[in-house]
Design a protein around this ligand. Structure first.
Ligand code: TMP
Length: 235
């Protein structure tokens, strides 16, 4: 399989077309942004860590019956994935209060929920990814009712699997963001990435932050946190 034209460059990844029908290649960058791209930086080694970690987790999920876009890891930074049309929703599952949830509702971080929550944002940088509910998503034609239902049940199942997995690595999965895509036949699959960019990870004992919040909040130790998560997942 060979790369052909670049199809897209996002904030953290590039996507290339290939000479194989239905397959694209994702290339992970070390670039990091926050606050809708206002804050820019580099996290050395992030591309490799996110690529390998995301691929490992997608394969774990596939084994548990969750369809994903993953096809084959090609190199440290590059992965072949199924070409999908992204459903323009950021699907966020939370187990513990943090980030925008804590801000929006005026509560402290660290409240452990009895049941996980789910929320959707409209993936639209110009509008700053506004929060929306399932009715809004259907009204806007972003997904139909049955797709929303399926995405919800997949998201909670993915949370159950990942939460258990990370517990064995002495990590709390606080919250995370997923994106789903449609294959040409309409099948919904998990797409994008699962990494310290898109998840909040806290050490099980100390609650030390081991994710992109260290970059978002200028806490320092950003590279160390990504490397520590890599070691825990693969160690
Ligand atoms: P939030 O608390 O800022 O809404 O973030 C919830 C989760 O989603 C957190 O694990 C980080 C992730 N996330 C992204 O992956 N991309 C984003 O643009 C934002 C805002 C959050």
């Amino acid at each position: 399989m060979k790369k052909t034209a670049q199809l897209y460059e996002g904030k953290a990844k590039k996507v290339f077309d290939t000479d194989t029908e239905g397959i694209v290649i994702v290339s992970y960058k070390d670039d990091a942004t926050a606050l809708d791209g206002l804050k820019k930086g580099t996290i050395m080694g992030k591309g490799t860590i996110n690529n390998r970690m995301s691929n490992y987790l997608m394969q774990l999920l596939e084994k548990e019956g969750i369809p994903t876009h993953f096809v084959e890891e090609l190199s440290d930074r590059e992965t072949a994935v199924k070409k999908v049309t992204i459903v323009p929703l950021e699907v966020i599952v939370r187990n513990i209060s943090a980030g925008h949830f804590a801000q929006r509702y005026g509560v402290e971080e660290g409240i452990v929920f009895d049941e996980p929550t789910i929320e959707f944002s409209y993936k639209n940088d110009d509008l700053h990814d506004p929060l929306l509910n399932a009715y809004h998503a259907v009204a806007l034609g972003l997904a139909d009712k049955s797709e929303i239902q399926l995405i919800k049940s997949m998201a909670f199942r993915i949370n159950d699997i990942l939460k258990e997995f990370f517990k064995t690595k002495k990590v709390k999965l606080v919250d995370f963001k997923m994106e789903f895509g449609r294959l040409p036949d309409g099948t919904i699959v998990l797409a994008d990435e699962i990494s310290p960019d898109t998840c909040r990870f806290w050490d099980l004992e100390t609650n030390e932050k081991l994710d992109k919040d260290r970059f978002r909040r200028d806490m320092g130790g950003v590279e160390d946190a990504y490397e520590e998560m890599y070691r825990r997942v693969f160690g």
